[in-house]
Design a protein around this ligand. Structure first.
Ligand code: SF4
Length: 248
């Protein structure tokens, strides 16, 4: 499978912003590594099954799931229903599943893309909603503080400029039964865009620093990162020693 960073032409994706905020240098390292980074599928096959089911509702997938995955899928669908009612009431809406959106100038150095698991727009074009499903345990910032959600909302506004507000939610049943909604106005989305562009600028700096933290465990470059070497100690050393030689 081709690395997703390659598929996106090396541009930043919405899911990367939380990491870039903490570790600006990670982007340069990931671009340098190219196809040598860890593929997302290598650590998220369990979550992939739930995501595939939520996207397709193909009941054959349920036969491949364990009880935990089935339970998570059911809860995602139940929480999704509650959020939709909260945002749209009895109003009609369109929905878009796993659709990758780009900022308008795809070739611009600050361009980025993002793929909401689901995006919704009211039929009058005034209200939007983006939902990101997370099927695994793991700390992620709540929607109001989550830069991935912020980026997906910005992209939703670019896609549907008539929107007067757009909501964002993270649905993560293993962590919470009650997803928090964040509401963005066009002004707030503009402010978020400035923040995201600032993070891209910082990440493009040749001297952007590497900073380690808990988030390293989800970083595609972790097996090749000298900064992470200290926190993963001997296991890291054994696994990566030979690969590091090629990057000196
Ligand atoms: S492993 Fe950690 S320190 Fe290294 S690039 Fe990734 S996020 Fe940054």
């Amino acid at each position: 499978m081709k690395n997703k960073a390659g598929v996106r032409g090396g541009r930043v994706s919405a899911s990367e912003f939380p990491r870039l905020e903490q570790c600006p240098g990670s982007r340069n390292l990931i671009v340098k590594l190219g196809d040598n980074t860890i593929k997302e599928s290598e650590w998220s096959s369990s979550g992939d099954l739930v995501h595939k089911y939520l996207a397709t509702r193909d009941t054959k997938l349920l036969e491949k799931m364990n009880d935990q995955q089935k339970d998570c899928s059911e809860k995602c669908i139940e929480q999704r229903g509650r959020i939709i009612t909260q945002v749209f009431g009895s109003g009609e809406f369109e929905s878009f599943v796993e659709e990758r959106l780009w900022t308008p100038l795809k070739e611009h150095s600050r361009s980025f893309s993002g793929q909401a698991d689901e995006r919704f727009v009211s039929l009058d074009g005034k209200i939007g909603l983006v939902i990101d499903y997370k099927s695994l345990f793991g700390d992620v910032p709540a929607a109001p503080d989550n830069l991935q959600i912020g980026a997906l909302v910005v992209l939703a506004f670019f896609q549907k400029p008539t929107m007067e507000k757009c909501y964002g939610a993270i649905v993560q049943p293993p962590v919470s039964e009650h997803p928090v909604l964040v509401e963005y106005t066009p002004q707030m989305a503009g402010d978020m865009l400035e923040v995201l562009c600032g993070l891209i600028d910082a990440a493009r700096d040749a001297d952007a620093p590497l900073r380690t933290g808990d988030y390293c465990k989800w970083c595609p470059a972790i097996l090749h990162c000298r900064a992470a070497k200290d926190i993963f100690g001997t296991v890291y050393k054994l696994a990566c020693e030979t690969q590091l030689d090629g990057l000196k």
